[in-house]
Design a binder for this molecule. Structure first.
Ligand SMILES: NC(=O)c1ccc[n+]([C@@H]2O[C@H](COP(=O)([O-])OP(=O)(O)OC[C@H]3O[C@@H](n4cnc5c(N)ncnc54)[C@H](OP(=O)(O)O)[C@@H]3O)[C@@H](O)[C@H]2O)c1
Length: 168
């Protein structure tokens, strides 16, 4: 929890927790994009400035896009700007869930305090320069899993997890 709000992180990682290279994703997995859309649509999404800049068409539709940056002059179309993770959470709509959607820097700040982790594990090694924090599965209860084999539609075998942080 941050500010009394439940925090969800959604992320896709490779075998070594890699998440990106040169400000881009490492794969395009259509099932994963669909899952991302289903979970985040209608909700608040919080992202770092670099992840926003990696989006091909800017703000994602039908979601409240909140972008974190130190730069107080920046103003992106259809986005709410925030100067810290805390401020981003304060600006999130109360009647919608909060999803942290990356990247490395923002995940690092939010991970310890997040309540649910919507994780996609992509079973492959990738060259990367951005990583997710190490996940200690003993801290999490597995709520759901679904394994997806490699296919014409999905270039890499992967697995969806919904994890809930264990109460301490
Ligand atoms: N696999 C996945 O699921 C996934 C998801 C999302 C992103 N990614 C990847 O992650 C990589 C990007 O990660 P990244 O760490 O380079 O960038 P990022 O976290 O997206 O953005 C970093 C920027 O956000 C701002 N920021 C972050 N925390 C802040 C804070 N507490 N206060 C003020 N400003 C803050 C700063 O912007 P300013 O410099 O403007 O101050 C900082 O430079 C890309 O490769 C992307 O493709 C992967």
């Amino acid at each position: 929890m941050i500010n009394n709000r439940e925090i969800n992180i959604i992320v896709a990682v490779g075998n070594n927790n890699e998440i990106g290279y040169k400000n881009n994703l490492l794969w395009r997995i259509s099932d994963d994009l669909k899952r991302f859309k289903n979970l985040t649509t209608g909700n608040n999404i919080i992202m770092g400035r670099k992840t926003y800049e990696s989006l091909p068409k800017g703000a994602l539709p039908n979601r409240k896009n909140i972008v974190i940056t130190h730069n107080t002059e920046l103003n992106y179309e259809n986005c709410i700007m925030a100067n810290s993770l805390q401020e981003a959470i304060e600006k999130a709509d109360l009647d919608k869930s909060i999803f942290i959607i990356g990247g490395e820097r923002v995940y690092k700040d939010a991970y310890k305090e997040c309540d649910y982790l919507y994780l996609t594990k992509v079973y492959e090694n990738f060259k990367a320069d951005a990583f997710f924090p190490k996940i200690d599965f003993s801290e999490w209860n597995v709520i759901e899993t679904e394994k997806i084999a490699k296919s014409d539609k999905n270039e890499f075998a992967h697995e969806f997890f919904k994890l809930k942080r264990k109460q301490s």
